[in-house]
Design a protein around this ligand. Structure first.
Ligand SMILES: N[C@@H](CCC(=O)N[C@@H](CS)C(=O)NCC(=O)O)C(=O)O
Length: 329
């Protein structure tokens, strides 16, 4: 675990000394957009045209943020359009590596050893964290974006000439609703589990813990009345929640001490999780081995022995009861 300072790698854990033990996620720095015609997005200078074979995703199968992009690539039928490299699940003193073993692909483009070399290839003086996912442009050899929330918006529409244009996970009429849900889910659930897990004071942990379970209760209640978070249509809000839910019982309950309840204890959330998991193509994007091995193996401050729990049994393939609620045609 570390970061780049003026293009030089430094091995450092998150600094929580100035925030009362609170983990604060840094902002992603590469924020450009691929567009159908290559015109720069509003307020941006660099333009990137959607083309088949031009872009590459660097992901970790363990990471919930990268997982969003893999789900969109799969469901929007972009697997032949956007290529992927998978980093190794162990993130140690060199950060994410391209060690080619145990389901990791290595760096298919340049044969590099570390993900931080991709960042310095894009910007030799880059300072900041070296995170997945990365959307890479093979043509101009740079990072278009390292912000998953924006990458999934690009995959949702920019590549429609090449993928499945009939699927829209961010429809105009639901945008306000989706944005509101995303705010609740991002702050308290997606990032909330990290705030609980990486907290270094009791107070910071309890604050995150309470906010997390309060938000899960709200979402559970919403899902008792409607099939999906934004109503009867599956949207990006659901996929953003899904990647945290699917990791919850196996990792966040134990490793991040999010143990008031498991997802299995919530009737609606657990059935909803199974429905999403069973949508065609989705299970293939879930790699429980990488997920468990990464968290339990890489966070030496939280789990110094690196021992990985064998359980729990998850039953994600078991039947769900969501057909009792209306789904948009
Ligand atoms: N805002 C980013 C966050 C991505 C992120 O934090 N990824 C984690 C893996 S789950 C990472 O690469 N962490 C490495 C680090 O912080 O050094 C996004 O959503 O794309």
């Amino acid at each position: 675990m570390g970061l780049l300072v003026d293009g030089k790698w430094q091995d450092k854990w998150y600094d929580t000394s100035k925030t009362g033990g609170r983990f604060q996620r840094s902002k992603s720095q590469f924020r450009d957009f691929v567009t159908p015609d290559g015109a720069p997005a509003e307020g941006r200078e660099r333009g990137f045209k959607a083309e088949a074979g031009r872009y590459h995703l660097y992901v970790s199968l363990a990471c919930p943020w990268a997982h969003r992009t893999l789900i969109f690539r799969k469901l929007k039928k972009l697997e032949d359009v956007i290529s992927v490299s998978v980093v190794h699940h162990f993130m140690g003193k060199n950060g994410w590596t391209f060690l080619e073993e145990d389901g990791a692909t290595g760096d298919d483009l340049y044969g590099l050893d570390y993900l931080h070399q991709i960042y310095t290839k894009a910007d030799p003086n880059y300072s900041g964290r070296v995170t997945v996912p990365v959307l890479w442009d093979k043509k101009t050899e740079t990072i278009v974006s390292n912000e998953s929330a924006e990458i999934i918006r690009m995959l949702n529409t920019a590549f429609d000439e090449f993928g499945d244009a009939s699927l829209d996970f961010y429809p105009q009429e639901l945008r306000e609703e989706i944005d509101d849900i995303n705010a609740l889910v991002y702050d308290n659930i997606n990032n909330g589990v990290y705030k609980a897990g990486f907290a270094t004071t009791q107070e910071a942990y309890e604050e995150a813990f309470d906010a997390l379970f309060d938000a899960l209760d709200q979402v559970e209640d919403r899902l008792s009345r409607q099939r999906y978070l934004a109503g009867d249509k599956l949207t990006e809000a659901d996929w953003r929640l899904f990647t945290t839910l699917v990791r919850f019982d196996a990792v966040y309950v134990g490793h991040f001490k999010c143990n008031l309840r498991r997802i299995a204890d919530y009737p609606n959330l657990s059935n909803y999780l199974r429905e999403l998991y069973q949508i065609e193509g989705v299970a293939e994007t879930v790699n429980m081995h990488h997920i468990k091995a990464h968290y339990y193996g890489s966070h030496g401050t939280i789990n110094p022995t690196g021992v990985i729990p064998k359980g729990p049994e998850l039953h994600l393939d078991a039947p769900h009861d969501r057909d009792r609620l209306k789904r948009a045609a």
